[in-house]
Design a protein around this ligand. Structure first.
Ligand code: ADP
Ligand code: MG
Length: 251
């Protein structure tokens, strides 16, 4: 089986764990000549589906840059990226249609929810599936189910302005899940929330990773959220250092 690991659960049962992301020796430079800066210099790591990891580093260390390269939004300078076992970048983009790849395999969550203010909750979450030409008969029940799953099912027909910050962030998470991605990239998704709402969003992301078999990479500055993650990726000397998780007791 290509790019798939088999892990033994017990003697009789095998669980397939699929690779979600594999990054090899990724490099990103900005600028040219005297003004050239190297932000990422040989980052390598891999994640399986269902893993929920934090990406931590000081401001300006390249977290967003790395996330946007994995998200196929920003072109690396060199290296290799595999998404769901498929090579998408190997010195150059290898996919025919990178926009289609983003629409179908990736979900993004940001610090602000970026919901469209003149569309209601259902319409905001349905945008990408419709862009992917999925029929309403499939999209409508899935969006309702997702919003119920995220605890905002009763807000289906409300406008974003009628929801609280935490509720809007849940809608933004539903939107990120609506195209059934194999990876969610979350750039400081809790930065605008207080600690109790941050913990509830992070617990939700963890649950989503496990139940929906999605790999989630979350950039965060808040050490209090790290115990909820499976692993911590730190950018150190422009490379990735992987630390295994911390304190099991909090979860
Ligand atoms: N488009 C760009 N052009 C030039 N420099 C950039 C660009 N994007 C980011 N940088 C630089 O790359 C470094 C890392 O930025 P960023 O990835 O945003 O860091 P972080 O998200 O960790 O705060 C910073 O020094 C930033 O100024
Ligand atoms: Mg950033």
């Amino acid at each position: 089986m290509k790019n798939e690991k088999l892990k033994m659960k017990n003697e009789n049962e095998k669980i397939e764990v699929k690779s979600a992301i594999k990054v090899e020796n990724l490099v990103k430079k900005f600028g040219k000549g005297d003004s050239e800066i190297t932000v990422i210099d040989g980052a390598s790591f891999s994640l399986d589906e269902g893993e929920f990891v934090a990406l931590v580093a000081p401001s300006g260390a390249g977290k967003t840059t790395l996330l946007m390269m994995i998200g196929c939004v920003l072109e690396p300078t060199s290296g290799k990226i595999e998404i769901g076992g498929d090579v998408v970048y190997d010195g150059k983009w290898t996919v025919k249609d990178d926009r289609e790849l983003r629409r179908k395999k990736l979900g993004f969550i940001f610090q602000s929810h970026y919901l469209i203010p003149f569309l209601n909750v259902e319409e905001n979450v349905s945008l990408l599936p419709y862009q992917n030409k999925e029929p309403a008969s499939v999209v409508k029940p899935r969006v309702k189910e997702l919003l119920d799953y995220l605890g905002v099912g009763s807000k289906l027909h409300n406008m974003p302005s009628e929801l609280s910050g935490g509720q809007n962030q849940r809608v933004a998470i539903a939107r990120a899940l609506a195209n059934k991605p194999s990876i969610i990239l979350a750039d400081e998704p809790t930065a605008a929330l207080d600690i109790s709402r941050s913990v509830s969003v992070v617990k939700l992301l963890r649950k989503i990773a496990k139940e929906q078999k999605v790999a989630i990479v979350m950039v965060t500055h808040d050490d209090r959220l790290l115990p909820y993650c499976d692993k911590i990726l730190a950018i150190k000397d422009k490379k990735i250092e992987i630390k295994d998780k911390v304190d099991e007791h909090i979860i």
